[in-house]
Design a protein. Structure first.
Length: 329
Protein backbone atom coordinates (compact mmCIF):
# COMPACT_ATOMS: atom_id res chain seq x y z
CA UNK A 1 0.00 0.00 0.00
CA UNK A 2 2.83 2.32 0.86
CA UNK A 3 4.51 1.67 -2.50
CA UNK A 4 1.24 2.42 -4.30
CA UNK A 5 0.93 5.74 -2.50
CA UNK A 6 4.49 6.62 -3.44
CA UNK A 7 3.80 5.70 -7.08
CA UNK A 8 0.66 7.86 -7.13
CA UNK A 9 2.56 10.77 -5.57
CA UNK A 10 5.26 10.50 -8.23
CA UNK A 11 2.59 10.53 -10.96
CA UNK A 12 1.01 13.62 -9.41
CA UNK A 13 4.37 15.39 -9.31
CA UNK A 14 5.07 14.46 -12.93
CA UNK A 15 1.60 15.62 -13.97
CA UNK A 16 2.07 18.94 -12.19
CA UNK A 17 5.47 19.37 -13.82
CA UNK A 18 4.10 18.61 -17.30
CA UNK A 19 1.17 20.97 -16.81
CA UNK A 20 3.53 23.71 -15.63
CA UNK A 21 5.83 23.14 -18.62
CA UNK A 22 2.92 23.16 -21.05
CA UNK A 23 1.54 26.34 -19.54
CA UNK A 24 4.99 27.92 -19.75
CA UNK A 25 5.36 26.97 -23.44
CA UNK A 26 1.90 28.33 -24.21
CA UNK A 27 2.79 31.60 -22.52
CA UNK A 28 6.04 31.80 -24.50
CA UNK A 29 4.12 31.10 -27.71
CA UNK A 30 1.63 33.85 -26.86
CA UNK A 31 4.50 36.26 -26.30
CA UNK A 32 6.10 35.31 -29.62
CA UNK A 33 2.80 35.79 -31.47
CA UNK A 34 2.32 39.12 -29.72
CA UNK A 35 5.82 40.25 -30.72
CA UNK A 36 5.26 39.14 -34.32
CA UNK A 37 1.99 41.07 -34.38
CA UNK A 38 3.71 44.19 -33.08
CA UNK A 39 6.54 43.84 -35.63
CA UNK A 40 4.04 43.31 -38.43
CA UNK A 41 2.02 46.34 -37.33
CA UNK A 42 5.18 48.47 -37.33
CA UNK A 43 6.14 47.19 -40.80
CA UNK A 44 2.67 47.92 -42.19
CA UNK A 45 2.75 51.36 -40.60
CA UNK A 46 6.18 52.07 -42.12
CA UNK A 47 5.04 50.89 -45.56
CA UNK A 48 1.87 52.99 -45.32
CA UNK A 49 3.88 56.04 -44.35
CA UNK A 50 6.26 55.46 -47.27
CA UNK A 51 3.35 55.10 -49.69
CA UNK A 52 1.70 58.26 -48.35
CA UNK A 53 4.97 60.18 -48.63
CA UNK A 54 5.53 58.94 -52.21
CA UNK A 55 1.95 59.78 -53.19
CA UNK A 56 2.26 63.21 -51.60
CA UNK A 57 5.52 63.82 -53.48
CA UNK A 58 3.95 62.72 -56.77
CA UNK A 59 1.00 65.02 -56.12
CA UNK A 60 3.33 67.94 -55.49
CA UNK A 61 5.23 67.18 -58.70
CA UNK A 62 2.01 66.84 -60.67
CA UNK A 63 0.86 70.20 -59.36
CA UNK A 64 4.15 71.75 -60.45
CA UNK A 65 3.68 71.00 -64.16
CA UNK A 66 0.25 71.65 -65.66
CA UNK A 67 0.89 70.08 -69.08
CA UNK A 68 3.62 69.18 -71.54
CA UNK A 69 3.86 68.26 -75.22
CA UNK A 70 6.50 67.65 -77.86
CA UNK A 71 6.52 68.06 -81.64
CA UNK A 72 9.22 66.97 -84.07
CA UNK A 73 9.79 70.00 -86.31
CA UNK A 74 12.55 68.82 -88.67
CA UNK A 75 14.11 65.61 -89.93
CA UNK A 76 16.82 64.61 -92.36
CA UNK A 77 15.81 62.55 -95.41
CA UNK A 78 16.65 59.22 -93.78
CA UNK A 79 14.87 59.92 -90.48
CA UNK A 80 18.01 59.53 -88.37
CA UNK A 81 18.40 63.07 -87.01
CA UNK A 82 15.63 65.32 -85.72
CA UNK A 83 14.86 68.74 -84.33
CA UNK A 84 12.08 68.82 -81.73
CA UNK A 85 10.35 71.42 -79.61
CA UNK A 86 9.35 70.47 -76.06
CA UNK A 87 6.72 72.78 -74.53
CA UNK A 88 5.57 72.69 -70.92
CA UNK A 89 3.46 74.92 -68.69
CA UNK A 90 4.07 75.28 -64.95
CA UNK A 91 1.55 76.09 -62.25
CA UNK A 92 4.21 77.94 -60.29
CA UNK A 93 7.92 78.73 -60.33
CA UNK A 94 10.11 79.66 -57.38
CA UNK A 95 12.12 82.87 -57.39
CA UNK A 96 15.58 82.23 -58.77
CA UNK A 97 14.71 78.66 -59.82
CA UNK A 98 16.70 77.47 -62.84
CA UNK A 99 15.07 74.97 -65.18
CA UNK A 100 16.69 72.26 -67.27
CA UNK A 101 15.63 69.18 -69.24
CA UNK A 102 17.35 65.81 -68.90
CA UNK A 103 16.93 63.80 -72.11
CA UNK A 104 17.52 60.08 -71.56
CA UNK A 105 17.89 57.49 -74.33
CA UNK A 106 19.48 54.07 -74.38
CA UNK A 107 23.06 54.49 -73.22
CA UNK A 108 22.93 58.30 -73.17
CA UNK A 109 21.78 61.09 -70.88
CA UNK A 110 22.25 64.83 -71.39
CA UNK A 111 21.05 68.04 -69.83
CA UNK A 112 19.51 70.90 -71.83
CA UNK A 113 19.17 74.31 -70.18
CA UNK A 114 15.74 75.95 -70.51
CA UNK A 115 15.96 79.68 -71.39
CA UNK A 116 14.33 82.15 -69.03
CA UNK A 117 11.16 83.85 -70.23
CA UNK A 118 8.15 85.70 -68.90
CA UNK A 119 5.11 83.69 -67.90
CA UNK A 120 4.89 80.03 -67.00
CA UNK A 121 5.02 78.42 -70.46
CA UNK A 122 8.49 77.35 -71.60
CA UNK A 123 10.01 75.89 -74.73
CA UNK A 124 13.16 73.82 -75.16
CA UNK A 125 14.77 73.08 -78.52
CA UNK A 126 16.13 69.55 -78.76
CA UNK A 127 18.46 67.77 -81.17
CA UNK A 128 17.59 64.09 -81.24
CA UNK A 129 18.48 60.86 -83.04
CA UNK A 130 16.43 57.79 -84.04
CA UNK A 131 16.07 56.48 -80.49
CA UNK A 132 13.39 56.40 -77.79
CA UNK A 133 13.54 59.22 -75.25
CA UNK A 134 12.24 60.11 -71.82
CA UNK A 135 12.39 63.71 -70.62
CA UNK A 136 12.70 64.94 -67.06
CA UNK A 137 12.22 68.54 -65.94
CA UNK A 138 14.56 69.64 -63.14
CA UNK A 139 14.18 72.82 -61.12
CA UNK A 140 17.13 73.98 -59.00
CA UNK A 141 17.36 76.82 -56.45
CA UNK A 142 19.17 77.59 -53.19
CA UNK A 143 16.91 75.23 -51.23
CA UNK A 144 17.63 72.24 -53.44
CA UNK A 145 16.05 70.68 -56.51
CA UNK A 146 12.85 69.04 -57.68
CA UNK A 147 12.08 66.98 -60.75
CA UNK A 148 9.16 65.50 -62.69
CA UNK A 149 8.86 63.32 -65.80
CA UNK A 150 7.43 64.95 -68.92
CA UNK A 151 6.05 63.64 -72.20
CA UNK A 152 8.27 60.98 -73.80
CA UNK A 153 9.04 60.50 -77.50
CA UNK A 154 9.66 57.36 -79.58
CA UNK A 155 11.81 57.95 -82.68
CA UNK A 156 13.22 54.46 -83.17
CA UNK A 157 11.94 52.96 -86.44
CA UNK A 158 10.03 56.13 -87.21
CA UNK A 159 10.04 55.53 -90.98
CA UNK A 160 7.39 52.83 -90.66
CA UNK A 161 5.21 55.24 -88.70
CA UNK A 162 5.30 57.87 -91.43
CA UNK A 163 2.95 55.82 -93.58
CA UNK A 164 0.08 53.41 -93.01
CA UNK A 165 0.18 49.98 -94.67
CA UNK A 166 -3.03 48.03 -94.39
CA UNK A 167 -4.41 45.02 -96.21
CA UNK A 168 -6.49 41.90 -95.95
CA UNK A 169 -7.19 38.54 -97.53
CA UNK A 170 -11.01 38.57 -97.78
CA UNK A 171 -11.19 35.16 -99.45
CA UNK A 172 -9.15 32.29 -100.87
CA UNK A 173 -9.87 29.02 -102.67
CA UNK A 174 -7.68 25.91 -102.82
CA UNK A 175 -8.01 22.68 -104.80
CA UNK A 176 -6.07 19.40 -105.27
CA UNK A 177 -4.85 17.60 -108.40
CA UNK A 178 -3.15 19.82 -109.21
CA UNK A 179 -2.55 21.66 -105.94
CA UNK A 180 -3.40 25.29 -106.59
CA UNK A 181 -4.68 28.22 -104.52
CA UNK A 182 -6.30 31.50 -105.51
CA UNK A 183 -5.77 34.18 -102.84
CA UNK A 184 -7.75 37.42 -103.13
CA UNK A 185 -6.13 40.40 -101.41
CA UNK A 186 -6.14 44.18 -101.22
CA UNK A 187 -3.47 46.61 -100.04
CA UNK A 188 -3.69 50.24 -99.01
CA UNK A 189 -0.51 52.34 -98.63
CA UNK A 190 -0.97 55.94 -97.50
CA UNK A 191 0.76 58.85 -95.82
CA UNK A 192 -0.51 59.08 -92.26
CA UNK A 193 -2.62 62.15 -91.52
CA UNK A 194 -0.80 64.76 -89.36
CA UNK A 195 -3.62 64.70 -86.79
CA UNK A 196 -3.09 60.97 -86.34
CA UNK A 197 0.67 61.37 -85.97
CA UNK A 198 0.38 64.04 -83.27
CA UNK A 199 4.01 64.53 -82.12
CA UNK A 200 5.27 63.81 -85.66
CA UNK A 201 2.92 66.29 -87.33
CA UNK A 202 5.77 68.74 -87.83
CA UNK A 203 7.48 66.44 -90.35
CA UNK A 204 4.38 64.88 -91.92
CA UNK A 205 4.55 65.11 -95.68
CA UNK A 206 3.26 63.55 -98.84
CA UNK A 207 5.59 60.70 -99.74
CA UNK A 208 6.10 59.72 -103.37
CA UNK A 209 7.03 56.07 -103.83
CA UNK A 210 9.38 54.71 -106.46
CA UNK A 211 8.19 51.13 -105.93
CA UNK A 212 5.71 49.12 -103.87
CA UNK A 213 6.25 45.37 -103.74
CA UNK A 214 5.07 42.54 -101.53
CA UNK A 215 6.73 39.27 -100.56
CA UNK A 216 4.27 36.42 -100.05
CA UNK A 217 4.92 34.01 -97.20
CA UNK A 218 3.42 30.83 -95.85
CA UNK A 219 4.37 31.30 -92.23
CA UNK A 220 8.01 32.35 -92.26
CA UNK A 221 8.83 30.80 -95.66
CA UNK A 222 8.92 33.16 -98.62
CA UNK A 223 7.07 31.69 -101.61
CA UNK A 224 6.87 34.61 -104.06
CA UNK A 225 7.16 38.33 -104.80
CA UNK A 226 4.69 40.61 -106.54
CA UNK A 227 5.18 44.12 -107.97
CA UNK A 228 2.09 46.04 -106.91
CA UNK A 229 2.84 49.28 -108.76
CA UNK A 230 3.52 47.54 -112.07
CA UNK A 231 0.85 44.87 -111.61
CA UNK A 232 3.14 41.88 -112.14
CA UNK A 233 3.16 38.56 -110.30
CA UNK A 234 -0.59 38.62 -109.68
CA UNK A 235 -3.90 39.22 -111.45
CA UNK A 236 -5.02 42.82 -110.90
CA UNK A 237 -8.65 43.46 -110.02
CA UNK A 238 -10.93 46.22 -108.77
CA UNK A 239 -11.38 46.05 -105.02
CA UNK A 240 -15.15 45.65 -105.48
CA UNK A 241 -14.47 42.37 -107.30
CA UNK A 242 -12.95 40.68 -104.27
CA UNK A 243 -14.87 42.14 -101.32
CA UNK A 244 -18.21 43.76 -100.55
CA UNK A 245 -16.76 45.71 -97.61
CA UNK A 246 -14.91 49.01 -97.95
CA UNK A 247 -11.71 48.78 -95.87
CA UNK A 248 -11.74 51.20 -92.94
CA UNK A 249 -8.45 52.76 -94.00
CA UNK A 250 -9.84 53.49 -97.46
CA UNK A 251 -12.85 55.22 -95.96
CA UNK A 252 -10.58 57.32 -93.73
CA UNK A 253 -8.12 58.20 -96.49
CA UNK A 254 -10.94 59.45 -98.68
CA UNK A 255 -11.87 62.06 -96.10
CA UNK A 256 -8.81 64.26 -96.56
CA UNK A 257 -6.88 65.47 -99.56
CA UNK A 258 -3.78 65.67 -97.34
CA UNK A 259 -3.34 61.91 -97.54
CA UNK A 260 -1.67 60.39 -100.59
CA UNK A 261 -3.08 56.89 -101.04
CA UNK A 262 -1.97 53.93 -103.17
CA UNK A 263 -4.55 51.15 -103.47
CA UNK A 264 -4.10 47.70 -104.98
CA UNK A 265 -6.32 44.63 -105.27
CA UNK A 266 -6.05 41.32 -107.06
CA UNK A 267 -5.57 37.58 -106.92
CA UNK A 268 -2.31 35.81 -106.15
CA UNK A 269 -1.85 32.23 -107.36
CA UNK A 270 -0.07 29.79 -105.06
CA UNK A 271 0.89 26.59 -106.84
CA UNK A 272 3.52 23.87 -107.08
CA UNK A 273 5.41 22.65 -104.01
CA UNK A 274 4.61 25.82 -102.05
CA UNK A 275 0.89 25.11 -102.40
CA UNK A 276 1.33 21.40 -101.61
CA UNK A 277 3.29 22.20 -98.44
CA UNK A 278 0.66 24.75 -97.39
CA UNK A 279 -2.24 22.33 -97.92
CA UNK A 280 -0.36 19.62 -96.02
CA UNK A 281 0.08 21.99 -93.06
CA UNK A 282 -3.64 22.79 -93.05
CA UNK A 283 -4.49 19.08 -92.87
CA UNK A 284 -1.77 18.28 -90.34
CA UNK A 285 -2.61 16.72 -86.98
CA UNK A 286 0.17 18.76 -85.40
CA UNK A 287 -1.26 21.35 -82.98
CA UNK A 288 -1.25 24.90 -84.41
CA UNK A 289 0.47 23.82 -87.66
CA UNK A 290 -2.17 25.70 -89.62
CA UNK A 291 -1.41 28.86 -87.63
CA UNK A 292 2.34 28.57 -88.17
CA UNK A 293 1.75 28.39 -91.94
CA UNK A 294 -0.61 31.35 -92.18
CA UNK A 295 -0.41 33.16 -95.54
CA UNK A 296 0.91 36.70 -95.06
CA UNK A 297 2.06 39.55 -97.31
CA UNK A 298 5.04 41.70 -96.33
CA UNK A 299 4.72 45.00 -98.18
CA UNK A 300 7.84 47.04 -99.00
CA UNK A 301 7.30 50.64 -100.17
CA UNK A 302 10.45 52.54 -101.27
CA UNK A 303 10.40 56.34 -101.64
CA UNK A 304 12.56 58.54 -103.87
CA UNK A 305 15.14 59.01 -101.11
CA UNK A 306 15.60 55.26 -100.77
CA UNK A 307 13.72 54.93 -97.46
CA UNK A 308 11.96 51.57 -97.19
CA UNK A 309 8.64 51.36 -95.32
CA UNK A 310 7.34 47.93 -94.35
CA UNK A 311 4.06 46.45 -93.23
CA UNK A 312 2.59 42.98 -92.73
CA UNK A 313 -0.95 41.75 -93.34
CA UNK A 314 -3.15 40.06 -92.30
CA UNK A 315 -0.78 38.89 -89.54
CA UNK A 316 -3.25 37.12 -87.26
CA UNK A 317 -0.51 34.82 -85.93
CA UNK A 318 2.66 36.54 -87.18
CA UNK A 319 4.31 39.93 -86.74
CA UNK A 320 7.12 41.87 -88.35
CA UNK A 321 10.32 42.40 -86.36
CA UNK A 322 12.61 44.49 -88.53
CA UNK A 323 13.12 42.37 -91.67
CA UNK A 324 12.05 39.13 -89.97
CA UNK A 325 8.59 37.59 -89.81
CA UNK A 326 8.01 36.01 -86.40
CA UNK A 327 5.38 33.48 -85.34
CA UNK A 328 3.42 34.39 -82.21
CA UNK A 329 3.96 31.35 -80.00
Amino acid sequence: MKKANIFIAVLLVLSLFMNYRTASEIEQLKNRVSNMHNDLSRDISNISNSVYRAADEMKKQALWVRESSIVVTESNENYTNFQAELTFTLNEKKNGEELSIIAVSEGDSRRIEVPEREGLTYEAQLELEDENYTFELVGTDEEGSRNVELTGLSLNGIANRMIDIDGMIPSSKFSHDPDIGKINFYVNVSTVHPKVMRELSGIAKEIAFESIEADVYTGTVKVGTIDLMNGTGYETKEIEEITDETPATLEFSGQSGEIKTYQFAGTYTLDGKACSDYLESQDSSEPFAWRENEIVFMVRATDKEGNVYKGLFPGHFHYLDGDEIVFMK
